[in-house]
Design a binder for this molecule. Structure first.
Ligand SMILES: [Mg+2]
Length: 214
């Protein structure tokens, strides 16, 4: 059973990318984010504008992530259960390696793949390098395309997708079961869609029960 999961606010208790922008960019970043939420620009186009406003060194970002970002309760147990049962976990994110990788490092052996874009620091400026190969008109890392990739690697198996946000809606219709963070945009979208089997969760002990791993 392949599992495809989003990162920000799905595996973590906060959206780490948003928290970094709140801490290190001026508040104007919200207006750019709103344009993406309304579908007026693609996520990578919005991110190029937003992250160009950031003024932070790699060390400052690393320290902020280490002190601020936390995985949801049950995530370590979830990764351990997946590894024990040889369930491949694919992490896909519209976010960036410099904060995903430190948080996922202890769980690397459980991951079948980590798909995100890169950020390269030059002093206190950040240059973005978007992942290619899984893009769609609105995302650099399309969750629907990542589900298709995971399904092709495990033909005939039931596929579960985990997510929360606007950038996860591409997965609707590409997974046998969607587990959405309770109260999230993705949960609303699944309910409105009507034909996508889904359930909601707050922590990964629930995810394990819903996915039959508990
Ligand atoms: Mg998310």
């Amino acid at each position: 059973m392949p599992i495809v999961t989003d990162f920000d606010y799905t595996l973590t208790t906060i959206d780490v990318g948003d928290a970094l922008c709140d801490r290190f960019a001026p508040p104007e970043w919200h207006a750019i984010d709103d344009r993406w939420q309304r579908g007026e620009v693609s996520l990578p186009a919005a991110q190029r504008e937003i992250w160009s406003l950031l003024r932070a060194t790699a060390a400052a970002v690393r320290d902020f992530v280490a002190t601020t970002a936390r995985l949801r309760p049950g995530v370590p147990e979830f990764f351990r259960a997946c590894r024990e049962r040889a369930l491949p976990v694919y992490v896909g994110s519209g976010g960036f390696d410099f904060y995903l990788e430190p948080l996922l490092e202890p769980h690397r052996p459980a991951l079948a793949g980590l798909y995100c874009s890169r950020g390269v620091f030059h002093g206190d400026r950040l240059a973005l390098q978007f992942l290619t190969g899984l893009e769609c008109p609105s995302c650099a890392v399309c969750k629907g395309r990542l589900c298709d990739l995971a399904r092709a690697a495990h033909p005939g198996e039931r596929l579960v997708f985990l997510g929360d946000g606007a950038s996860d809606r591409c997965a609707i219709g590409h997974a046998d079961l969607v587990l959405a963070v309770r109260g999230s945009q993705l949960a609303e979208r699944c309910a409105a869609h009507g034909r996508q089997p889904f359930a909601t969760f707050d922590d990964f002990f629930e995810v394990m029960r819903l996915g039959g791993l508990g």
